[in-house]
Design a protein. Structure first.
Length: 435
């Protein structure tokens, strides 16, 4: 037995609840309001475009354009947030988000729809800032738990809001449902404007930032080379590369499902705005029920085992999709996928931020989200086209992609959290006595 993990170290396995400073409290308020606003309006876009007379292929292209622009915005936004500050980049993104839905609610067609898609993509410029700010709001030992709390509150905000948005849209029209969310997005921007910026880096950090700035000015190839070098010199380079690969496959799977499922509920089962919005409600419910418990388990026993268990269960649940024959069946499946899939949400988020050096977190977060957006763009385009060929075809492809992403994690994922020490102690039987 390793003496380092013996005896009184038992209390170390208990993951502490995070201490909440100013930014942590603001992030919780952001999660509640933004979760409600995004869930209320997000489920309306697909059926709203259908009501405007758009085909499944066009809807796939709409979301595909958003995802392509989103990928570029996330990468550029992550670099900008590390260099010029997280708060201003994030607030800018949320204002662009508001403008996108305002334009979509105007009812204009043609170029206005494309402009709305572009603005929606640009609004994600703050995704890297979100990941980095959340990671730095609490100490590392409770990071997965705090991510889980934030995501749970997001889900709580998204439980009732989608149904409210769907009922408004069913009664007054999709445009009214979209417009009703705009004041909440402005409130979100105000909350973000109150965040405290992290302290300026040390002289060594500034020198490092200066070197990255010089690399940016030297062209895209040198930027890529400098970033890869930074990732490879981080604490968990193998995990960092694995997570980037995983994000592509995960984005592709989400893109396929995100386009096809609302279309299937509408076209095959006759669901209206409220029925389609119900997907967001059951998704939020499943997420909220397990998110905090999953984060606590990840902080105590390690991120890796929670992530792998979650992925295996999600892959298994995807096998049931072809057997679903009603809206209720899909509700149950979506609930179960979110219940077991999002149990690892905190572990995934914490791992993403722990596998690289702190001064590159926003950049790495932006890059990972950009790759997910690239995968989602491919999934959006492919989902719309495959759906026209066969309504279940996108789901079959999503199953295969999900299995591939799980295989990547099994092969390359390392443990990054403090829970690895606790897991080692438990495995060694250090805590048998006294139990």
């Amino acid at each position: 037995m390793d003496p380092e993990y013996a005896g009184p170290a038992r209390t170390a396995t208990r993951a502490p609840m995070p201490q909440l400073g100013r930014n942590a409290r603001l992030l919780l308020a952001f999660a509640l309001v933004n979760g409600a606003a995004t869930a209320a309006v997000g489920a309306l876009v697909n059926p709203y475009l259908r009501d405007l007379g758009m085909s499944a292929a066009f809807i796939g292209a709409y979301f595909g354009i958003t995802s392509v622009v989103q990928g570029v915005a996330q990468l550029a936004g992550g670099v900008a947030a590390d260099r010029w500050g997280r708060r201003r980049v994030w607030v800018t993104g949320k204002l662009l988000h508001t403008a996108s839905y305002a334009l979509l609610a105007s009812g204009l067609r043609g170029p206005a729809l494309i402009a709305s898609a572009v603005l929606a993509g640009l609004s994600q410029i703050g995704s890297g800032a979100y990941m980095a700010t959340t990671a730095e709001a609490v100490e590392g030992g409770s990071r997965a738990t705090f991510y889980s709390v934030v995501q749970t509150i997001t889900s709580v905000g998204g439980m009732v809001a989608p149904l409210a948005g769907g009922l408004i849209a069913d009664r007054y029209g999709g445009a009214t449902g979209l417009a009703a969310s705009l004041p909440f997005f402005l409130l979100v921007a105000f909350i973000l404007s109150k965040l405290e910026e992290r302290p300026r880096p040390s002289a060594a950090g500034e020198a490092s930032a200066g070197r990255r700035g010089a690399a940016r000015g030297a062209g895209a190839a040198k930027i890529a080379g400098a970033f890869v070098k930074a990732v490879m010199s981080g604490p968990f380079p193998r995990t960092a590369m694995a997570m980037l690969g995983y994000m592509v496959f995960n984005g592709l799977s989400n893109g396929l499902i995100g386009i096809s499922l609302p279309l299937l509920l509408r076209d095959r089962f006759g669901a209206g705005y409220a029925g389609i919005s119900g997907l967001s409600t059951v998704s939020a419910l499943g997420t909220a029920l397990m998110m905090i418990a999953g984060g606590r388990l990840a902080d105590r026993y390690g991120r890796r085992r929670v992530m792998l268990a979650s992925c295996v269960w999600v892959t298994s649940l995807f096998l049931l999709i072809p057997l679903a024959t009603s809206t209720l069946h899909f509700y149950v499946l979506v609930f179960m996928v979110c219940l077991v899939g999002n149990a690892a949400g905190g572990a995934f988020s914490a791992t993403m931020m722990e596998c690289v050096n702190p001064d590159a977190r926003a950049t790495f977060g932006g890059l990972s989200n950009a790759l997910a957006s690239a995968g989602m763009a491919a999934g959006n385009f492919a989902g719309g086209l495959l759906y026209q060929a066969g309504q279940l075809a996108p789901f079959y492809l999503a199953m295969a992609v999900t299995a591939a992403s799980t295989a990547i994690l099994f092969g390359f994922l390392q443990e990054t959290g403090d829970g690895r020490a606790a897991a080692k102690a438990v495995a060694a039987g250090a805590y048998t006595a006294g139990r």
